[in-house]
Design a protein around this ligand. Structure first.
Ligand code: FAD
Length: 391
């Protein structure tokens, strides 16, 4: 094991926090640098799948039980036309198949639970990294305001627009995937919404509206539509008007939940990804989570992959005798799997927005889809304890 090793993580999002917990458990000296002044209250919900939950449980035994109390286990997925007509309604049986549920949770609760597993002096808020410089055996981090920090290893967990990636790889901006999304979370009741249920409304012109019970009386809604360019409004009122117009004639509760959402809680964003890389590291710098492999959210795997990365990177650093070997092991283990998930997310994301989206989404729900079943088994049965690091 490489010790003592100072590790700096740029980004206190869910990937960075999970990595900090995993590294502390292995006895490393870790600091997280986050540009925000406090934990961000992100207006979103997330679906955690068995592969991500298995990784979190290895990182911090007992955490999945806490997450289950805070979230909502998905029992039923319903697909409807934009008119409200039901197309299919399927029981979700992943817990019986893989031993962990599909768990829907508020992003902010997930982040709070992860942060509460860390000593309070680990996360340094108000630290925006603006670059780094590698020396022979150390990395110097530069922050806005002029502060510098020396570290043995830098982990870039700073999301899809990663500054660490920009300095390390320099591959420019993310790719716009051709659609814009709106999302928010609020306490909302409606006769069409049942506990432990997700409902996806779809139309033949490439629009989707998803409603998810995320526990605690909260509903997460996420709408998306094809758009020739990645333009988003700067003013919250204009974003709300745009999404209301786009979904004006849709079955309830689409319109009602948008109207009930406080205007400044609606997040309007272009959907983007980046093509897979051959390497995520150089010297004493390595990428993790969306900084390494951002995907479109068609399979809900971005955060789940970040948890897999966190578990694997910590295990590789704990097992290897030097940083180079550890980072090589981590890349060997993670690159092939994340590339498969990227490809699948991208194909599924593209097909879900074509004219035959109704057929595609219905097919995805059919248990008889052999390759879908095989893929899900491969995806969800991932368990970090079941494999050793590959050198
Ligand atoms: C609409 C939508 C729905 C999604 N649904 C799901 C889902 O159901 N399941 C799932 O698994 N994934 C989902 N995802 C993907 C998931 O949100 C991301 O993959 C996940 O948040 C990645 O975590 P991360 O920690 O790598 O990056 P982020 O969550 O983006 O965190 C990066 C952190 O770095 C900080 N930061 C950035 N730059 C700097 C800097 N220069 N200096 C210091 N700090 C910095 C940011 O403030 C932030 O806190 C969804 C994404 C979207 C857009």
């Amino acid at each position: 094991m490489i010790k003592p090793l100072n590790i700096a993580i740029i980004g206190g999002g869910i990937g960075g926090l999970a990595t900090a917990i995993a590294l502390l458990k292995h006895g490393f000296d870790v600091k997280v640098y986050e540009r925000a002044e406090t934990l961000r209250s992100v207006g979103a919900g997330l679906t955690l799948t068995p592969n991500g939950l298995n990784s979190l449980e290895v990182i911090h035994p007992g955490i999945v039980e806490v997450l289950k109390q805070a979230g909502s286990q998905l029992n039923t997925l319903t697909l409807k036309r934009s008119t409200g007509e039901a197309i299919a309604s399927n029981p979700i049986t992943v817990v019986q198949q893989y031993g962990q549920p599909m768990l829907n949770i508020r992003w902010s609760r997930l982040q709070e639970i992860l942060a509460s597993a860390l000593p309070t002096d680990i996360i340094h808020f108000g630290h925006r990294c603006v670059g780094f410089e590698q020396l022979d055996n150390s990395v110097t981090l530069f922050f806005s305001g002029g502060k510098t920090v020396e570290t043995d290893l830098l982990i870039g967990a700073d999301g899809i627009n990663s500054i660490v990636r920009q300095n390390l790889i320099g591959d420019g901006s993310p790719n716009y995937a051709g659609r814009v999304s709106w999302r928010a979370i609020l306490q909302f009741e409606h006769e069409q919404l049942a506990p432990n249920t997700s409902t996806l409304l779809t139309s033949a012109d490439g629009k989707n509206f998803l409603l998810v019970d995320v526990g605690g009386g909260y509903t997460f809604w996420s709408a998306s539509a094809l758009s020739a360019d990645d333009f988003v409004h700067q003013r919250a009122t204009a974003s709300k008007t745009r999404v209301l117009e786009r979904f004006a004639d849709w079955a309830e509760p689409a319109g009602e939940i948008i109207k009930a959402t406080p205007t400044d809680h609606i997040v309007e964003r272009p959907i983007c990804d980046r093509p897979p890389l051959r390497h995520w590291s150089n010297g004493g710098v390595v990428l993790l989570g969306d900084a390494a492999h951002p995907v479109v959210p068609s399979l809900g795997q971005g955060a789940n992959m970040a948890f897999e990365d966190a578990c694997e990177l910590a295990a590789c650093l704990a097992a290897a005798s030097n940083i180079k070997t550890a980072l090589k092991s981590y890349e060997n283990s993670r690159l092939p799997r994340t590339e498969v998930i990227y490809n699948r997310s991208s194909i599924q994301g593209y097909r879900s927005y074509q004219r035959d989206s109704e057929t595609t989404l219905n097919e995805m729900m059919e248990a008889s889809q052999m390759n879908q079943n095989e893929f899900e088994t491969w995806l969800y049965s991932y368990h970090p304890g079941a494999r050793a690091c590959i050198s």
